[in-house]
Design a protein around this ligand. Structure first.
Ligand SMILES: [Zn+2]
Length: 254
């Protein structure tokens, strides 16, 4: 192992270790675990929120409309086709699948799309302000956070969703004014660290503001750290959070 951070992270990416940190997971189990893990991070607005997960055949796995993120199991995950029809599973699909499908259609890298109203990010979305980065965990991802005022165009119609998807551009994440967040990832692991980082960053900034303000991390430093983690991932993080969910809610894998 070398001492250069990029090389160290690359080493862990290529050599994750000889001990399996989680069981083998199906795509449905990965998605159910992501919902449960993010619920524990503050993505817990009742039955709000949806995560879509594109599969190699272009169908989308998505959580059911009816269930909260902390109650669903792997067998509850439904599958929709590219027109939004449920082709696997007994539950209903959220009408918001329209927006998810519009983003998947224009972003080759957007294999996982998360939407919810997490506790602290929603506060900043209500304030129409992008919070600064104050600590290392909040700097685990770099890149501009878009502030998107969707209420200028309701996202219930095909055309509006296509416009929103185009406006998102290549952003990794966005605050939706007076609403919540969108987080994009190329896989479950990347979507997880991005979603966790966004909410953590928003929580830290909220707390700093509550005590009268603080000193943000220097932009250059935050950008460098976030770039490294985004490229290589944070070793062992997703697996540790999977095990946390499995300890508390072992039924998630059923
Ligand atoms: Zn929403």
């Amino acid at each position: 192992m070398t001492s250069e951070p990029a090389e160290t992270l690359a080493h862990y990416k290529q050599h994750p270790g000889r001990i399996a940190l989680t069981p083998e997971l199906s795509p449905q189990q990965e998605l159910a675990l992501l919902c449960q893990a993010l619920f524990l991070e503050g993505y817990d607005d009742h039955i709000a929120g949806h995560i879509s997960y594109r599969q190699p055949d272009e169908t989308l796995l998505i959580n059911p409309w009816e269930l909260t993120w902390d109650e669903l199991k792997s067998s509850d995950i439904i599958r929709i086709d590219t027109a939004g029809n449920v082709i696997e599973g007994e539950w209903n699909v959220t009408p918001a699948n329209l927006l998810h499908r519009a983003i998947h259609a224009v972003r080759a890298d957007a294999n996982v799309i998360i939407h919810n109203h997490p506790r602290y990010a929603s506060v900043w979305a209500n304030k129409h302000e992008i919070p600064q980065i104050f600590d290392q965990t909040g700097a685990n991802m770099n890149g501009e956070i878009k502030l998107y005022n969707e209420y200028e165009g309701a996202l219930h119609q095909q055309e509006q969703c296509e416009i929103a998807a185009r406006e998102l551009g290549d952003a990794k994440w966005a605050l939706l004014a007076n609403h919540g967040v969108l987080v994009i990832g190329s896989d479950i692991r990347q979507a997880h660290i991005r979603a966790v980082t966004l909410e953590w960053r928003c929580r830290q900034a909220w707390m700093v503001e509550a005590i009268g303000g603080g000193t943000p991390m220097p932009e250059e430093q935050a950008e460098k750290l976030g770039g490294l983690i985004d490229e290589f991932g944070l070793p062992f993080m997703w697996e540790a959070m999977v095990r946390r969910v499995m300890r508390h809610r072992p039924q998630v894998l059923k």
